[in-house]
Write a protein that binds this ligand. Structure first.
Ligand code: ZN
Length: 152
């Protein structure tokens, strides 16, 4: 079976314009995302062009995923898109973009995913935050008590 992420330089040089778009197995790229992300499918698009004695690559990854919202903690479906670009020598025999794709997928995952822009102002969330603060106070006070108790 041909490795989808490997390209022969000969093939690229022989074609005037080398563009391709294909799916890769999400299970093989699970480690690029955090445990909270469930990946449905990943599409990789590559566009090779020749410049002097170089091969220029421009491409992108597009992942359909289910993430957990960092504010309301609800799962939601979204698309993570990230571009990549790289250059290679025409003297090489083969171009392997495996690590480049892995790096790009890792970068495509947001640090704090939000289910919607409105989630921030959701009234239920303000309630949750207040409750959390109260719990936090009580927790601190109970800690204080324990500490004082031990000291005596
Ligand atoms: Zn949310």
């Amino acid at each position: 079976m041909k490795d989808k992420l490997k390209f022969y330089v000969k093939d690229i040089i022989n074609s005037v314009r080398y563009t391709d778009s294909f799916m890769i197995d999400p299970n093989s790229f699970k480690d690029c995302f955090s445990d909270m992300v469930i990946t449905k499918d990943i599409t990789v698009t590559v566009n090779f062009s020749l410049y002097k004695n170089l091969i220029l690559l421009n491409g992108s990854t597009l992942s359909r995923v289910t993430e957990i919202c960092s504010r309301c903690a609800e799962p939601f479906e979204t698309v993570l898109k990230e571009d990549f670009s790289e250059s290679y020598s025409q003297d090489d025999e083969c171009i392997d973009i495996n690590s480049l794709v892995r790096e790009t997928l890792t970068l495509s995952e947001p640090m704090k995913p939000l289910c919607s822009k409105q989630c921030r102002t959701n009234i239920n969330n303000f309630d949750k935050i207040e409750v959390n603060n109260k719990e936090g106070d009580n927790y601190a006070k109970s800690k204080e008590k324990t500490y004082k108790g031990k000291k005596r």
